[in-house]
Design a protein around this ligand. Structure first.
Ligand code: C2E
Ligand code: MG
Ligand code: MG
Ligand code: MG
Length: 289
């Protein structure tokens, strides 16, 4: 019988596959109502100027504090939320939560440049009809300045229907928000499409940073190429995955101005981020003095 079903077809009972399916089923069940039960949290990770190490912005990153399993990372549950559609509600929740939080930080530090906030949009969020109205509503109710909000979108979202995507991007731009292309280089990056799309910033996928190696000139040349492409297109460029001082200094030498990664800070809770930002602000005051 196994033969008849064709090769590669698992007819034998595989306990580990069963456990995986079981886990997924449980998570999917638990995810419904996670917002109402206050189990979702926003962590923040600093974005920094590679030269001065000044922290000029934060990216909001979702965490799920599961009552039995503890802290679950988005890599595990966002695909589930994406599949069953709960991502739309979750996405709206984190956008509101993060805008309200960073607005509070703005209000607490009225002088100096306002902190930027980046929020990720998944493919399903990007395709939903109410996206633009939802973002507008959050900006209005929180009073968060549109020009400080960056929405991060991955390449995969764009190429399904490039014309439809371009139209949504333009409507978002009309709200005054910024658009960042996340994980650039990890998918089917197309320079041709990029030219036609109103992105403000390109985030170089962290794999390019990890691949940096003094013995492999091509690893540096790739970064240079993306940086100069960004310059040509009038887009800023940020490198992900900056984990070490050599990462920071090499990227800076290659012309990249902005970075994000464990070298500056891991994603941390709002309270910890506030402390980090306060140190940042007093350091830049010393620098100025
Ligand atoms: P992303 O948007 O590319 O976020 C960066 C991820 O890289 C984060 O993982 C962050 O913790 C990790 N990272 C940052 N710096 C370093 C580093 O120096 N080294 C290494 N090895 N990793 C670093 P995280 O928080 O687990 O998030 C994973 C992905 O889940 C995100 O990738 C994003 O695509 C998605 N995600 C997170 N929060 C949300 C959200 O609120 N909505 C949506 N739609 N997706 C989200
Ligand atoms: Mg991101
Ligand atoms: Mg990314
Ligand atoms: Mg990523």
């Amino acid at each position: 019988a196994a033969k008849a079903r064709g090769r590669g077809c698992a007819v034998v009972f595989d306990p580990s596959l069963f456990a995986q399916a079981q886990e997924r089923f449980e998570l999917e069940n638990d995810l419904r109502g996670a917002i109402e039960r206050n189990e979702l949290e926003v962590f923040y990770q600093a974005k920094a100027d590679l030269k001065s190490c000044h922290l000029y912005g934060v990216e909001a990153l979702l965490r799920w504090r599961h009552p039995r399993r503890g802290l679950i990372s988005p890599g595990l549950f966002i695909p589930i939320a994406e599949e069953n559609g709960t991502i739309v509600e979750i996405g709206h929740w984190i956008l509101h939560e993060a805008c309200a939080q960073v607005k509070l930080w703005h209000d607490q530090t009225p002088d100096g440049p306002l902190l930027e906030l980046s929020v990720n949009l998944s493919p399903r969020e990007f395709r939903q009809q109410n996206l633009v109205a939802g973002v507008a509503h959050v900006l209005e109710t929180t009073g968060f300045p549109a020009s400080c909000l960056h929405l991060e979108i991955t390449e995969g979202v764009l190429f399904e229907d490039i014309d439809a995507a371009a139209q949504v991007l333009r409507s978002l731009k009309d709200l005054g928000v910024r658009l960042d292309l996340d994980d650039f280089g990890s998918g089917y990056s197309s320079f041709r499409y990029l030219r036609q799309l109103p992105f403000d910033l390109i985030k170089i996928d962290r794999e390019f940073t990890f691949a940096l190696n003094p013995d492999e000139p091509s690893s540096e040349q790739l970064i240079r190429t993306i940086v100069s492409m960004g310059e040509t297109l009038g887009m800023k460029v940020l490198a992900e995955g900056v984990e070490t001082e050599p990462h920071r200094s090499t990227l800076q030498r290659l012309g990249c101005k902005l970075g994000q990664g464990f070298y500056f800070s891991r994603p941390i809770e709002a309270g910890q981020m506030k402390t980090l930002l306060e140190g940042n602000a007093s350091r830049s005051m010393e620098d100025a003095a």
